[in-house]
Design a protein around this ligand. Structure first.
Ligand code: RB5
Length: 145
């Protein structure tokens, strides 16, 4: 189950990603927002991060204007490794090396075709494990998050 969320600035991409996931036959839970009316990104980042942190959802995708605010909020939750990605290379490495469990995107930064490619890469790339395992484990050991 994939948790989806956006503020007003990421609303269009969130809706497009939802349609993409439906085509890929991947189930998702939409945490809003539900229009382009101005709203506050921390509310959506918090709800999506909680859903992933609790295990209710396996991964999350958050979209705002830049992806930055969403990542800042999501990364304050236990067990969350949120990655702002502007390229599919970053998305691939965020999975292979960091075992990122939330992808954040900036609708004002990244064109749709690239964003769609980033989403596909994020969802299809496994964690490499190996030497990266102990580094990822250290995140929780050192920060208790
Ligand atoms: C909204 O104007 C914008 O600040 C927000 O979407 C996001 O980019 C924050 O990081």
């Amino acid at each position: 189950m994939i948790a989806l969320g956006s503020d007003h600035a990421g609303y269009e991409y969130k809706e497009k990603i939802k349609a993409m996931l439906q085509e890929l036959k991947l189930s998702c839970k939409d945490f809003g927002t539900n229009s382009k009316d101005s709203t506050d990104y921390p509310d959506y980042a918090h709800n999506v991060a909680q859903a992933v942190s609790s295990g209710e959802c396996d991964r999350g995708i958050l979209v705002c204007g830049t992806g930055v605010g969403m990542a800042i909020v999501a990364n304050k939750h236990k067990g969350i490794r949120a990655a702002v990605c502007e390229s599919s290379t970053a998305a691939r490495l965020s999975r292979q090396h960091n075992n990122a469990n939330i992808l954040t995107l900036g609708e004002r930064i990244t064109g749709w075709e690239t964003a769609a490619d980033i989403v596909r890469t994020f969802l299809s790339t496994p964690f490499d494990g190996g030497r990266h395992e102990q580094r990822v484990e250290k995140i929780t050991k050192l920060t208790n998050l």
